[in-house]
Structures are given as C-alpha cells and as structure tokens.
Write a protein that binds this ligand. Structure first.
Ligand code: NAP
Length: 277
C-alpha cells in the first residue's frame, strides 16, 4: 500500500510523522509522495484542507485519514497515541484484506469563476468558499437555478459543504448538515436589509443539481476564499457553484459517526456523558 504523510509543521506533528514512517516501513507499507493510495494528515482539520488541495489532482484514486495533534477534529479523528493501531489497520488491510476499510465519501462544492482576474477559473472546496468585500460591503445579486433570488449587500457570502458546515458556516449560524446529504449551504455574513437590498436572512440549503450564481453588481475589490486559500479579485463578473460531481473519500478503519464527532467536538462529552479531556 502506497501512502504519503502531510503534517502541520509543529514539533509534535513532525515527530509523529517520523514515527509513522518507521512503523510503516516495519509493516511493509510504501512511502510514495506523488501517487499515494492513502494520504495521512497529521495536525488538525486545517492540515487536512492542505492535504486535500495538494492531492486533489489524484482525488479519484486516493483516500484520506487524519490524526490530530491538538483537539479532536472533524477530519482528524485519530489520536496521536493511536499511531501504531492505525498502521496496523493499514498493514492488515494490505496483507490479508482481513480488515476491509470502510470509506466515507463526502460531497464537495465546485465553483466556476467568470472574471478577468489571474486566478484559476474553477475550484473545488472541501469546507467552503466565501466572497467578501475588501474595501467595504459586497454588493451582489444571488440567483438560484438561473432565476433572481435576492440582492445582497453586506460583509459577504459563505457557501459550504456538509463537512464544512461545522466550520465557518457554524459561526454564521448555519445548520450542521450530515455529509450523506449531498447539498451546499449558503449563509450570509452580516447582510444589510433595506428596500433595495433585501435578503432572506436565513441560511439556505440547496440539493444536488441546483445551482447558485453570485453576480458582482458593482466595480469592487473582493476577497475570494476557498478553504484555507485566499485570492484578491477585482474583475469578477460571477461565481457559479453547485455540488461537485466528485467526492472526497475518507478511510474509516473504525466507525466514528458524524453526530458523535459533533457532540465530542462541540459539547465535549462522549456517548456515556463522560467529559472528554
Ligand atoms: P485557521 O483560521 O487557522 O483555523 C480555523 C479553525 O477552523 C481551526 O480551528 C480548524 O481546526 C477549524 N476547522 C477547519 N475545518 C473545519 C471543519 N470542517 N469543521 C470544524 N472545524 C474546522 O484556518 P485554517 O486552519 O487554514 O482553516 C481554514 C478554515 O477556517 C476555513 O475553511 C473556514 O472554515 C475556517 N474559518 C472559520 C472562521 C470562523 O469560524 N469565523 C473564519 C475564517 C475561517 P484545526 O484547529 O483542527 O485545524
């Protein structure tokens, strides 16, 4: 089995990476940074975002596993002291196929950019993308399924995936969405409401095959963020987004249901009501 490791860069994550390579070599796993079957992210959810974007070109042939070296994450659900167990699962799976890994496939967002800025014309996001005004408010027209929906004026718009619904979207009052629901969620960032600019004021969840267009409605300097990446844009005409046709695959050597993660990460206790340290 070919694997690659990407770590956060801190001392603990770097030393765990070295330990991982030692254990992997002892179990006959092959280190392959360019075409891994499994990518191990060591750090936090932010590290997984980096791993996702780095290995996006081979998304269809690779899966991801996250080890956290800080607090429990949504993507990083293995603990630092479980390194040996994880390598054992990987080796068992490779050698005897005794432990067929379960996988969880999560929806992504695809964006098409129409504009004259020197940035990629398409993106795929694991968490979300946001569009914000750089000098003041964002002025935008929002269409859903090619029909006018609302005129937006405010700090910005956040469009998230179900797995990103626990990230920025949550801070904006968006709903947490189970990743089995193929959808995108549009959440407002501090909208202004008056006669001209009137927005719904509630987050919206669009199903697969629906689309949303955000049209820039004046000459404005904007900031586009795609997960951890940021792009200043000055000549944007529109962004079209929808649920992507591709999905990201996470390996689940053991079950860890999404709602358990939510409870443990945000409420801080396990299924027995015990506080998690
Ligand atoms: P960062 O500002 O260093 O960290 C943002 C925080 O978001 C970290 O604590 C990270 O967890 C956590 N996070 C990332 N993905 C998550 C997910 N799917 N569910 C729950 N928490 C998640 O930036 P970063 O590490 O490069 O991450 C970029 C992300 O930051 C963006 O995708 C956006 O979602 C988030 N963000 C949030 C806000 C906000 O809530 N107001 C504002 C801007 C950006 P770890 O500590 O485990 O890495």
């Amino acid at each position: 089995m070919r694997y690659a490791v990407l770590h956060r860069g801190d001392e603990l994550s770097a030393s765990l990476t070295n330990r991982f390579h030692e254990l992997a070599a002892a179990h006959g796993l092959t280190r392959d940074e360019s075409h891994p079957e499994i990518v191990i992210s060591i750090g936090g959810d932010g590290t997984m975002l980096q791993a996702f974007h780095q290995y996006f070109p081979i998304l269809d042939s690779t899966s991801f596993v996250g080890i956290h070296t800080g607090h429990l994450g949504f993507f990083a659900d293995w603990k630092a002291d479980e390194l040996e167990l994880l390598v054992q699962y990987m080796a068992d799976n490779m050698q005897q196929e005794r432990v067929a890994p379960r996988t969880a496939k999560y929806p992504l967002i695809e964006l098409e950019i129409d504009g004259d800025d020197d940035i990629p014309k398409t993106f795929i996001a694991l968490n979300e993308f946001t569009l914000k005004g750089l000098d003041g408010t964002l002025v935008a027209q929002i269409d859903i399924n090619d029909q006018l929906f609302e005129m937006f004026r405010g700090d910005g718009i956040c469009v998230s995936t179900p797995s990103g619904s626990t990230a920025y979207n949550k801070s904006l009052g968006g709903a947490m969405v189970h990743p089995s629901i193929e959808s995108i969620q549009i959440a407002e960032i501090a909208s202004i409401n008056n006669r001209v600019y009137r927005t719904l004021g509630s987050p919206l969840i669009l199903p697969k095959h629906h689309s949303c267009n955000i049209f820039s409605r004046k000459k404005q300097r904007l900031l586009l963020t795609v997960d951890h990446l940021t792009f200043p844009v000055e000549n944007l005409r529109s962004i079209r987004c929808r649920v992507a046709s591709q999905k990201v695959t996470f390996v689940r050597y053991r079950p860890f249901p999404f709602w358990n993660r939510v409870r443990e990460a945000f409420l801080g206790y396990d299924e027995n009501g015990c506080q998690i340290t």
